[in-house]
Design a protein around this ligand. Sequence first.
Ligand SMILES: O=C(O)c1cc(=O)[nH]c(=O)n1[C@@H]1O[C@H](COP(=O)(O)O)[C@@H](O)[C@H]1O
Length: 278
Amino acid sequence: MTKQDLFEQILKKKSYLCVGLDTDIKKIPKHLLATEDPIFEFNRQIIDATAQYAVAYKPNIAFYEAMGVKGWQSLQKTIDYIPKDIFTIADAKRGDIGNTSELYARTFFDKASSGLDFDSVTVAPYMGRDSVQPFLAFEGKWVILLGLTSNVGSHDFQHLKVEVDGEQKALFEQVLTKSQEWGGSDAMMYVVGATQADKLAEIRKIVPDHFLLVPGVGAQGGSLEEVSRYGMNKQCGLLVNSARAIIYASNGEDFAEVAAEEARKVQQEMEGYLSAIL
Ligand SMILES: O=C(O)c1cc(=O)[nH]c(=O)n1[C@@H]1O[C@H](COP(=O)(O)O)[C@@H](O)[C@H]1O
């Protein structure tokens, strides 16, 4: 999917919501456990209920890997089920020496090899250029590089000051600057946690045109209003993810209906913020 396609979806749905499919067998409604593939059944109903409000889905791969072979099968069925005009993100946070990264890229991008055909994958920047480039070699696919993450531990490394060409800057700022040599805003996005919204205005100076994947609203307490105010660019440039606050809003038989209602509320709020660029 191209950047323009994504923008058009955002305009059509008046939404930049990404629903996180972090599907935990221990949290899904009990009545689903009797079905043949409870994880897929949960996802299927969540997708049916929320697709009109979401422009992206992000399964976090950990939730599937933890289930072994069955988990990978549920993941594949889920990806095949998501409507093709909705952007898909494999939240796998991969990255390794070049030849290994190439195999990780095939895992998520090469349907003939793995059965999976995601639009994008999250990648950790720590190992540098040659760990990221193999993902960028896949035409039409996206790398979503961790920029500034939502968790407390982001302060351990990402905020540390480094000196580059005589200039003091935070390590995450250097990640945003340097990685633009590897790929442009048509193939790369950055993760910026919603809990770091106070840094968004600065981040936008470094990456004015890129899309940002922003997790951390909902269960982690980030503010959609602040993220939108400081992070939006003229093509929206935001995919705001929410998982637990939507998919586990109810764990009764009405879970899909209640998830739809939560997604709708987020979409309505987003529609208001989008008026700034329409
Ligand atoms: O890459 C991510 O998506 C991610 C980066 C980050 O900084 N913080 C973060 O929470 N995430 C992911 O976003 C999702 C957040 O889920 P909720 O907190 O339930 O909305 C999880 O899948 C996290 O792994």
